[in-house]
Ligand binder design. Structure first.
Ligand SMILES: Cc1cc2nc3c(=O)[nH]c(=O)nc-3n(C[C@H](O)[C@H](O)[C@H](O)COP(=O)(O)OP(=O)(O)OC[C@H]3O[C@@H](n4cnc5c(N)ncnc54)[C@H](O)[C@@H]3O)c2cc1C
Length: 477
């Protein structure tokens, strides 16, 4: 990709930002700015002379207004854990980064209305704890929840481990507060479950990756806290057996199936090799596993018994080969750790080509067979580390380099393998980006797989809300 042409943020604008936000709101020294410029995977490193850190919605609006008047583009950033390069500026040096991390107050909790109003810079784990302290439950849960912020979660419409039951980030939102690209504030912080009053504007900003405005606060949906939980890891015959087990559990216990993840042996081996203190819960190795969590707000809901029965039936049919049910919170966490560490554990194994794809749940097994056979034929020795949120059809179809291969030579074939996988995904009616979004990484892929009509609608929405293309330009479109 050609480097962005050199541009500068006018000194006059930086002085005005300093004046409006004070010393706590503007960072100008290069060493402090550097971490904001590099994305989580190190795929993109941008440049900017200034990072703005508003401490209130009014300050965010003032900063945006000043940038808009100077026609200087802005890049919103939350926890900077995004995986598609959406949260960092380009290389021109002419964009202002706006970090939401100081906007981090939980403004209100209404345990009866089951809502929590959070500012955009609240870290996801902080929102989950605040809900728990009030005896309630916030459903969104990701491996990055200790760093990712709620504004970033909503802007990427994050998925995660509980989508099978509660849906994506979009489903957790009742209201939004947004600073528009011209600096006006849209106060849509309504805490209503019924509100059919014209276009539902919040859904435009959710998943927009900061290209339409800056989310400054949200009214989030809560649920009653879980009072009974059961976690199991099952060794399954193959992915088809895992899907059959999911279908059976959902048929009998739909309202308590909170997570259903698929783990391949190779991914578990990577974790056992590279994540300290991880251990194999089984005495022998199996090729495929399902990690299952059931939870209920009803104390004594007998979830363990329900899980035991379903697994026993699976054993009788030969779909389940072995299973462990966690006997304590610590054991449940140890099982979850095998799943949570699976991304990081691929790093020491060399180059890894990432494909965050989804297909209909009923077709996951067929997709895995087809795609695995195709990439293995293309490059014998390639290590398919396909794992993830089987319960919602989202598989991280990651490809680790053959053992001993040259990392750079392998990674140079990223687009080739991504195209191959994405074509197969398209054939299954799936998506080439299930939960990570488009950012900069997948712009060309979006243009390839979405119809001219769909792209035209997206461009018109962008032009209507951000006519000067100032809000996170060059991302998505
Ligand atoms: C270990 C690991 C595990 C992960 N697991 C998952 C997973 O299970 N599911 C999943 O969906 N993702 C996952 N991710 C990806 C990432 O954590 C999510 O996309 C997350 O929602 C990003 O939040 P963030 O605050 O870090 O946003 P950032 O990375 O800072 O930003 C992401 C995008 O949102 C925009 N943005 C950020 N804040 C705002 C705001 N307030 N207003 C407007 N735009 C904004 C940015 O400009 C950028 O385009 C994972 C990442 C890692 C590193």
């Amino acid at each position: 990709m050609p480097a962005a042409p050199e541009r500068a943020v006018p000194e006059r604008l930086i002085a005005a930002l300093r004046e409006a936000l004070g010393p706590a709101g503007v960072i100008e020294d290069a060493a402090s700015i550097a971490p904001y410029m590099r994305d989580a995977r190190g795929l993109f490193t941008g440049r900017s002379p200034v990072v703005v850190r508003p401490g209130s919605t009014a300050e965010a609006a003032a900063a945006v207004r000043l940038c808009a008047e100077a026609r200087v583009p802005m890049v919103p950033q939350g926890g900077n854990t995004g995986l598609v390069g959406g949260s960092v500026p380009d290389e021109s040096g002419g964009q202002v980064l706006i970090s939401l991390s100081r906007l981090n107050r939980v403004r209100a909790i209404d345990p009866v209305n089951l809502t929590l109003t959070a500012e955009a810079g609240c870290v996801l784990a902080q929102v989950r704890s605040a809900a728990a302290e009030a005896g309630r439950f916030f459903a969104l849960s990701l491996a990055s929840e200790g760093t990712a912020q709620i504004g970033g979660n909503l802007s990427t419409n994050a998925g995660g481990n509980t989508t099978v039951r509660y849906g994506n980030a979009r489903e957790q939102v009742l209201g939004l507060e947004v600073v528009l690209p011209d600096g006006r504030v849209w106060d849509g912080l309504r805490a209503l479950r019924k509100d059919n009053t014209g276009y539902d504007l919040k859904h435009l900003f959710i998943g927009a990756e900061g290209t339409l405005g800056i989310i400054t606060a949200a009214v989030l949906r809560l649920y009653p806290a879980a009072r009974d939980t059961a976690v199991a890891m099952a060794a399954v015959r193959d992915p088809r057996a895992a899907v059959a087990l999911l279908a059976e559990l959902q048929a009998e216990h739909a309202e308590v199936v909170t997570s259903f993840e698929y783990l391949p042996r190779i991914g578990v081996e990577f974790v056992l090799r590279h994540a300290p203190a991880s251990r194999d819960p089984f005495a022998r190795a199996y090729r495929h596993y399902a990690l299952i969590e059931l939870s209920s707000s009803r104390p004594g809901a007998a979830l363990r018994g329900a899980l035991e029965q379903a697994l026993a039936r699976g054993l009788e049919r030969g779909q389940v080969l072995d299973a462990v049910i966690a006997g304590s919170e610590a054991q449940a966490q140890a099982l979850w750790r095998l799943r949570e560490e699976m991304s990081d554990a691929q790093k020491p194994e060399g180059g890894s080509i990432k494909n965050d794809v989804s297909v209909p749940v009923s077709r996951v097994a067929e997709f895995l067979e087809t795609a695995t056979e195709r990439v293995e034929r293309e490059l014998p020795g390639i290590r398919v580390v396909a794992f993830g949120h089987l319960g919602d059809g989202n598989i991280h179809f990651n490809l680790s380099q053959p053992e001993g291969a040259d990392r750079e030579t392998f990674l140079a074939r990223w687009d080739h393998f991504a195209d191959m996988v994405n074509d197969i995904v398209a054939g299954f009616g799936g998506s080439f980006s299930a939960e990570h979004g488009i950012g900069r990484l997948k712009r060309e892929v979006l243009a390839r797989y979405r119809s001219p009509v769909e792209l035209d609608l997206m461009r018109r929405i962008k032009a209507a809300i951000d006519p000067h293309n100032l809000m996170n330009p060059g991302k998505i479109l």
